[in-house]
Write a new protein. Structure first.
Ligand SMILES: [Zn+2]
Length: 128
């Protein structure tokens, strides 16, 4: 799709909405391959010059996402990509599989999730 100011607004609204549903901080995001290339190399390492091939990329550790607007051929696909990449931020432990796909679908349908909490091992009594 061609990136227009209207489309940019639509994307921003979608990112805000899904970030709220997923209880994550709204990430920084870029919409063009050339913007990926302006990001520091240590952030994009491994998915930098290859970024154009994907519908989207989540640079999870840095809370930055790339939505490849040009590659998306419909609003629906773009919406799915936005949900998909944001689900990666909320569920960093999920690989691509049925669990992740189910969450993407649920987010598109309006489901909300509690904030992500890293599991902390409880100290055993003997350590106290
Ligand atoms: Zn993914």
């Amino acid at each position: 799709m061609r990136l227009t100011p209207d489309l940019e607004d639509l994307i921003d609204n979608q990112v805000t909405k899904y970030s709220t549903q997923l209880s994550i901080a709204k990430p920084k995001y870029v919409l063009r391959v050339k913007d990926v290339l302006t990001l520091p190399k240590e952030i994009t390492r491994g998915r930098r010059t290859s970024a154009y091939r994907y519908y989207g990329v989540a640079y999870i550790k840095h809370n930055i996402v790339f939505f490849n607007v040009k590659r998306s051929n419909s609003l629906r696909k773009l919406q799915e990509t936005i949900a998909h990449e944001l689900v990666h931020l909320r569920f960093p432990y999920l690989n691509h599989g049925s669990a992740l796909r189910a969450k993407v679908k649920a987010v598109i349908h309006g489901r909300c999730y509690r904030p992500y909490k890293k599991r902390v091992k409880k100290r055993s009594l003997s350590e106290n």
